[in-house]
Design a protein around this ligand. Structure first.
Ligand code: FEO
Length: 170
């Protein structure tokens, strides 16, 4: 049995993952408005991954016989000053999500809920990748600051991102 407190926190994490999808979709919309189709496509794939993260929590709660409760999703921001500011915001958001995952791990340890602890390890590893990817983008965009040609190349490169298959992790 998952404790009531941990069940509530896992339900809140479903919401946080779907909110992440909302933020990335909003960032995709921003890039589409800026005619940066490659970054827009990158963000849409990111949003898709976040929905998969949310579904992992959804399915896990059911598997353990706990109830899923879907909460209202907050409205995401819609405006950023520049492409690099978008990725800085994405990095900050991922750092926030990492903090949330770490809190869940700590709660599962306190509860001696080893099944939930093991389930959460996938997210601990995923967050390392999520932060690294956003950080890389920030650095690349900082490198080409003031050079439209560089931005054009990075946009094209971002557009080549492929969707993960489940076996590689989502
Ligand atoms: Fe679901 Fe980007 O962490």
């Amino acid at each position: 049995m998952i404790s009531e407190k941990l069940t509530k926190a896992l339900n809140e994490q479903i919401n946080a993952e779907f909110y992440s999808a909302y933020i990335y979709l909003s960032m995709a919309a921003y890039f589409e408005d800026e005619n940066l189709e490659g970054f827009a496509s990158w963000m849409k794939l990111q949003a898709q991954e976040e929905m998969e993260h949310g579904m992992k929590f959804f399915n896990y709660l059911h598997e353990r016989g706990a109830s899923v409760k879907l909460l209202a999703i907050e409205e995401p921001p819609t405006k950023w000053k520049s492409p690099v500011e978008v990725f800085k915001a994405a990095l900050k958001h991922e750092q926030y999500v990492t903090g949330r995952i770490n809190d869940l791990v700590a709660m599962s340890e306190k509860d001696k809920d080893y099944a939930t602890n093991s389930f959460l390890q996938w997210f601990v590893n995923e967050q390392v990748e999520e932060e690294a990817t956003a950080d890389q983008m920030v650095h690349k965009l900082e490198m080409v600051a003031g050079a439209p040609g560089g931005l054009y190349i990075l946009d094209r490169e971002a557009g080549q991102r492929q969707a993960h298959s489940e076996s590689e992790g989502a």
